[in-house]
Design a protein around this ligand. Structure first.
Ligand code: MLT
Length: 205
């Protein structure tokens, strides 16, 4: 499907009690990558899964970067607003309640999910951030994230994410009133069953 120049996947949920999910893939992924994860985490959920619109030598991403771990904050800000506007339009198109989505983001997708929380908190009800790092250095505005729960799942042997980042990011989000849980696993950047268990626990599924 295409809307506002975004390719995306949409699945209508079968369980009205299951939270709708916004899936945000990692670098080089696409809108189909996290569908199996979503089915395991919450089989009855409505799923909205856009493809990152930036191409880094053919690898899809949600914002361009200057180098690995080096970011152009104006670019991240601009792309965050473009994605937020797409999500709002897609919610209108498919009858998803505004602000009810839980983001499930991996790596670059986790990073833009965190940016959404910092810049456009109205778009999400909460987020599962798998291997995020600090991209935007500013705290979420006071009370902007009240009632929004966030899980940060990180690997202590992750070669991409600096070890201080999970707690730093948690503090930036807590400043906005979010309830943030940081789970550290003795693993690297790739996802494992530990992430799935933590995410299921977070969702209560
Ligand atoms: C990013 O660029 O968002 C992070 O470095 C994660 C990734 O490698 O994509």
């Amino acid at each position: 499907m295409t809307l506002h120049n975004h390719h995306y996947h949409y699945t209508i949920g079968t369980d009205p009690a299951a939270p709708p999910l916004l899936l945000l893939h990692g670098t080089g992924g696409n809108e189909n990558d996290l569908l199996p994860l979503a089915r395991v985490l919450s089989p009855g959920s409505t799923v909205l899964s856009p493809r990152g619109r930036v191409s880094e030598r053919g690898a899809n991403r949600f914002f361009a970067r200057l180098a690995e771990g080096v970011f152009d904050l104006d670019e991240v800000t601009r792309r965050t607003h473009v994605l937020a506007d797409f999500v709002i339009a897609a919610c209108g198109e498919h009858g998803i309640e505004a602000g009810s989505l839980i983001a499930v983001g991996f790596s670059n997708g986790a990073n833009i999910a965190a940016s959404l929380l910092q810049l456009r908190p109205e778009v999400l009800a909460g987020a599962i951030l798998l291997r995020p790092m600090v991209v935007l250095p500013d705290s979420a505005p006071k009370d902007s994230l009240l009632g929004k729960r966030v899980l940060i799942a990180s690997g202590t042997q992750d070669p991409i994410v600096p070890s201080a980042h999970p707690e730093k990011l948690a503090d930036l989000l807590r400043a906005g009133g979010s309830e943030v849980s940081v789970q550290l696993f003795p693993i690297g950047h790739q996802l494992t069953t530990a992430d799935i268990m933590a995410a299921k626990d977070f969702l209560g599924s």
